[in-house]
Design a protein around this ligand. Structure first.
Ligand SMILES: [Zn+2]
Length: 215
């Protein structure tokens, strides 16, 4: 469902721009509002969420989709952990649909989907593995890199039940905004994929903004 936020970026406690192909790993506190803005349009933002107080509890696509009884994420979606706990709720969304079925790009999937010589191309999985290795303080390993959310990515389900990667429905300045229901560790790969339309074949930067709760 499309709906705009009442918050202004100028009043955010933090803002940060993440270039295409980079990762971002940091925490937001329970009650904080977190906005991801697709600055140039049609950018896939591959995102993992962990419980910052116990990073082995993580976002679960299965639990989230089963409980909301819908395949797409948008306003009103509560993102559940693999222990069934609410992690974040989407409170504003000017794009209208976000994928959590398509998975993240990896050297292996690039090889299967496109060509053998694509194996060494930079992927989201590479970015996440680099992040967990450069931030050992969280105790994460590749075992913790599980299914993710692709904010702004358009992966419609066909009437036959198939998945297709389609041209994005996002546009410059579209955003999604979430409120944290627990202390959250965010791990984003701003997708470097060049082989499918998820980034419009041209990966671009995103902007992150955090409004801290008054309490
Ligand atoms: Zn990717």
């Amino acid at each position: 469902m499309l709906n705009e936020s009442i918050l202004e970026v100028e009043n955010a406690n933090r803002t940060e721009t993440v270039p295409a192909g980079d990762y971002w790993i940091d925490t937001i506190s329970k009650g904080d509002t977190f906005r991801i803005t697709d600055l140039k349009g049609n950018q896939a933002v591959d995102t993992l969420f962990f419980n910052a107080d116990n990073p082995h509890e993580r976002y679960s696509a299965f639990d989230t989709l089963r409980e909301q009884q819908n395949l797409y994420l948008t306003t009103g979606s509560t993102l559940l952990s693999d222990e069934g706990n609410p992690m974040l709720t989407i409170v504003a969304d000017t794009c209208g649909r976000h994928d959590t079925l398509g998975g993240a790009c990896a050297g292996e999937s690039n090889t299967v989907r496109y060509a053998l010589e694509k194996k060494s191309m930079h992927s989201c999985r590479d970015s996440w593995l680099l992040a967990v290795n450069q931030h050992e303080e969280w105790g994460l390993t590749k075992r913790d890199i599980a299914h993710n959310i692709n904010f702004f990515m358009n992966v419609p389900v066909t009437p036959e039940g198939g998945l297709t990667f389609e041209d994005g429905i996002s546009a410059p300045g579209k955003y999604v905004e979430l409120v944290a229901e627990m202390n959250i560790l965010v791990l984003i790969s701003n997708c470097p994929q060049l082989n499918n339309p998820c980034n419009g074949y041209n990966p671009t930067p995103i902007e992150l903004a955090v409004w801290q709760s008054a309490s």
